[in-house]
Design a protein around this ligand. Sequence first.
Ligand code: TMP
Ligand code: ASP
Length: 253
Amino acid sequence: MKNRKRIYEGKAKLLYEGPEPGTLVQHFKDDATAFNNKKHEIIEGKGVLNNRISEFIFTRLNQFGIPTHFIRALNMREQLIREVNIIPIEVVVRNIAAGSICKRLGLKEGTELPRSIVEFFYKSDKLGDPMICEEHITAFGWATPQEIDDIMSLSLRINDLVGGLFIAVGMRLVDFKLEFGRLYKDDGMHIVLADEISPDTCRIWNFGNDEKMDKDRFREELGGLADAYREVATRLGVFAGDKADVRGPQLVR
Ligand code: TMP
Ligand code: ASP
């Protein structure tokens, strides 16, 4: 796989050309970034843990009938995915107040929201992913009203399903970020879940003491990021304990 073509490099992932047309290889790096790349560190093993956690969640979502880009696991750091046309919107679903909603609306972290709230952000590093509403999405043609409806209902179903997977192993799903893409098939275009679901893109609190088990440990300099991700993976049953090799294949630059 040495000569494969690199299609895209993001902050925490790489995309390579896949073995067949219409497929890509999604590679999880060990880079941790926050505040639009202003804070950056390499955390050994993070890519492997995120790959395994995301693979587990996407496999479950596929089983529950949620259309996703995920095809199958390839190795410790990589998964085979369908190539989709990414919709330039980050969809955030919140159950408990934390992060930017606390600042924006003056809420105390940990406040239970009256119901799950869906928010949209425009995917633009240059602009720092500004918050947007449906009017911006349709006016600028980023997605149609029908696509927004599909995205909203899929996001709320994903919230129920992933929240259930986590609560079963003693973790609360506080909020998370999703990305969707358009997949063109013989019978037309479908909206599918893309990107990843991992402690990089979710807030997860330990049930009982609300200890943070996600990237807020890095954002807020609490330390113990890899240990927290390992704990999430262990509880989900995708990590075989301390002796497992978390290095996986190394990136050849
Ligand atoms: P926020 O509270 O900072 O708006 O974040 C909401 C959720 O989205 C949280 O689970 C972290 C996730 N997130 C990302 O995955 N990528 C990002 O760039 C940001 C800002 C948040
Ligand atoms: N992912 C974003 C960054 O790398 C922000 C974040 O997750 O806090 O800067």
